[in-house]
Design a protein around this ligand. Sequence first.
Ligand code: PLP
Length: 426
Amino acid sequence: MKNSERIFAAANEVIPNGVSSPMRTFSLVGGSPIILESAKGSKIIDVDGREYTDFLSGFGAIYLGHSRTEISNAVSEQLDKGLVVGLSTEIEQQLAKKIVDSTSAIDKLRFVVSGSEAVMTALRIARAYTNRKLFLKFVGSYHGHADALLAQPEGNEGVATKGTTNGVAEHNVLLCEYNNSEQLREIFETHGDQIAAVIVEPFATNMGFVKPQQGFHQNIRQLCNDYGSLFIFDEVVTGFRFRFGGVSELLDVDPDLTTFGKIIGGGAPVGAYGGKEKFMKLVEIGNKVFQSGTFAGNPITMSAGNAALDIMAQPGFYEKMDAKGKLLESEIKTHFAKFDIPFHFTRFGALSGIAFRRSEADMKSYSDVKQQEYDVFKNTHLVMREKGYLMAPSLEEPIFLTDAHSEEDIKGFAKALAETIAEQLQ
Ligand code: PLP
């Protein structure tokens, strides 16, 4: 028996499904779950000594490569000073300042420990500010596991709303198709005066990789203005991925509140929410919203986050990441053309996705995402694993490039992927 199988079986005795987060079972693609031993750069090594070039990258939390020296050093230095959990530190103020200074969308922000908590608090602020109870989210989007946001009649795989408070997901959330401005307008016409906030990802990164259509976000902004609702940009995945800061500037959108996570913690657990002063002051002592956290702003995360942002702030960093994305795109497109693979590749910067469906068109919404050929993806995933490449174990996750991916990693991955898909389609 392999070490990973032994450990997973033992984990099942004490942890539901043997995992602390559902995707780690790999149940959507088959194959035994990976039990990690170590990770460095673009490579991860499992407990059986198997090495993979990693394109899952901690579901997007790893952007500078695994165990990046500068980050590890910063964390070690902090450890020497002690784990001063529960009180404030200067590094917390420093990281907050870097984020606030990176964007005009944010006057102030607070740290929490996960993206889910950041979203949960942003929603609470919106509800308190507007004195309304409804939220609007887009079908197929994932914003963490806060009760309300699990509403998902057509649901992301495996997401369950049972157990959430008093049917909060069903009764407090309005669902609209991503990129459907017409449907959005109709929903606002009926419910606009009860909508506390619209929450949206700048790019939908939890249904593969879906880009916003021209004017989609501007339309949301306008409707929020017209009806007095708040516009929450969930940048847990996109934040600091395409530019130093959120992507709102690039898309020319001005959100009221923004949530961050993943990248800004340099690989350590993190979430943050921020926005305009008039909204953020609601969490001040004695005001309408309460948020706290024993580990909020913890020094491990703050030291890792500061080190990560210092690397990303260096001139040329985002141009370099864009070049990696472009290389992946040209390699995949060349190989796909060679093998006559009819699947469409979509990219922005270093983030990309493949639609496993026979169409030249970009996917626009979750109904397109559901039309993909899951069996082809499943087999591709398994064979790619055998070839030493790890992709996210779901069609609803993008391909996550990091600063550590070399030209060889990218070219090897694109070639192996095209060959593997071609075999499946024969
Ligand atoms: N928002 C988005 C867009 C996400 O992709 C995720 C997680 O993948 C979250 C929020 C929740 O973040 P976390 O897993 O840190 O709670």
